[in-house]
Design a protein around this ligand. Sequence first.
Ligand code: NG6
Ligand code: CA
Length: 516
Amino acid sequence: MKVKGIIKILILQAILLSCNAPEQNKEVVEQKAPNVIIIYADDLGYGDVGAYGSTELKTPNIDRLANGGMRFTNGYASSATCSPSRYALLTGQYPWRNKNAKILPGTAPLLISTQQMTIPKMLKQSGYHTGIVGKWHLGLGDGQVDWNQHISPGPNEVGFDYAYIMAATQDRVPTVYIENGKVVNLDPNDPIEIDYSKNFEGEPTGKDNPELLKMKWHHGHNNSIVNGIPRIGFMKGGESAKWVDEDMADHFLGKAQEYIKGHKDEPFFLYYALQQPHVPRTPHPRFVGKSGMGPRGDVIVEADWCIGEFIKTLETEGLLENTLIILSSDNGPVLNDGYYDDAVEKLGKHTPAGPLRGGKYSLFEAGTRVPFITYWEGEIQPGVSDALVSQIDFLASLAALTDSDVQVGDSQNLLDVFKGKSEKGRDNLVLEATSRTAFRKGDWAMIPPYKGPAVIKTVNIEIGNANEFQLYNLKEDIGEQNNLAESNPEKLEEMIAEFESIRGIEYKETEKLELK
Ligand code: NG6
Ligand code: CA
């Protein structure tokens, strides 16, 4: 059924029925176009979820979605870091097409052009109300933001009717919530100043004032101190607007619940971008100690609880049967990402990457292959799919769902795959990690040679750099242990040729990034 058509009919019916009995109105509401919700975790690994094999860490609410919907075993984020993945998710464009699509500081200008097509823009055209609650990390303003004025352009200018966000990450300043371009609870007599290059005179820092810290930094993260946690970047003022880290999960959950309650009578799109389990990991006290794995495990338990509460709200509002829920993560897992928080020490037998090699920042599979679930009560039958799918495909697929004619280059319409009606996913996919790219096609993964260290020592993750080509058969060797580049030159040639043609480069020109 055509959604625009449905909406027109509904408006007509609503006018005709407006003076009739409430029962008839209810019927109208039930017929409305399906709501779309993307729940997006931050740094949640392929192996961090029960339905994906975790036995040590329990995620019953994510499992409920996975086991009651489609669970994808070959579902990918577009990048092994946050901003590029989020850019690709919302725009349907590969992040490597945009040279600025890198991990952004809190002062970065808006990464998405206001001219670009995005999921919320497209859905708005089809009559949806659109909202974002949670982590943004796609830049704000034009590079010269005054945090005390209306901040723009931002999410509202790229398609979101409603935005309640943190600007960048929990470890970056400004550590405040921003609602539709305005810092929440800001006292005009205590203006916010932000600088990523130098401190404000007299302000303590993580580096110089260890006595003020309740969480210690391991690498980076030694600039301004907020709530006893040292951050990236310097901040002054805005005392009354600062978030309470331990309350953030509840806070975003509350806003997400408010949003769906407030928009249940019209088709809506909600991008609910959780901040967990990214650093600094600050579980609410009621989750402390719940996982036995320290804060990283505890915030995953907390995130799972939030998802459960959120689903309950959909249920009690009668929305579950008319809502497509997509759940995924922006990149793979990392343990020590810059703070001493026992993530390594208390890991025990848990394997955040599952059987995959690498993690966040990596061109190996664990960088980008993530939990990937679609759920729609009554519409999607429970199942497991091995089809190759990417978050970049949401735009074209949601366009198909809502009968929009919007098309964006890299995004493919995989609606039938996401609904479990087809196993035919993408033919191939370019993977990105810290400005390097690799190629997945069929069962094969190919990583070109890159200079730089094989392991980022601070985070202890193998990122895929090597002097030679790497070629892995993921069906036989999901852990990428057996490099077949030499023994299978034909396959290698084929992969390189296709990779080059999609990337529009010749292999010799591939940037060889020096990593620090
Ligand atoms: C890195 C940070 C890391 C994390 C990451 C962004 C340091 C040393 N490391 O630069 O802690 O914030 O950026 O993560 O500062 S992401 O998931 O948002 O991409
Ligand atoms: Ca992330």
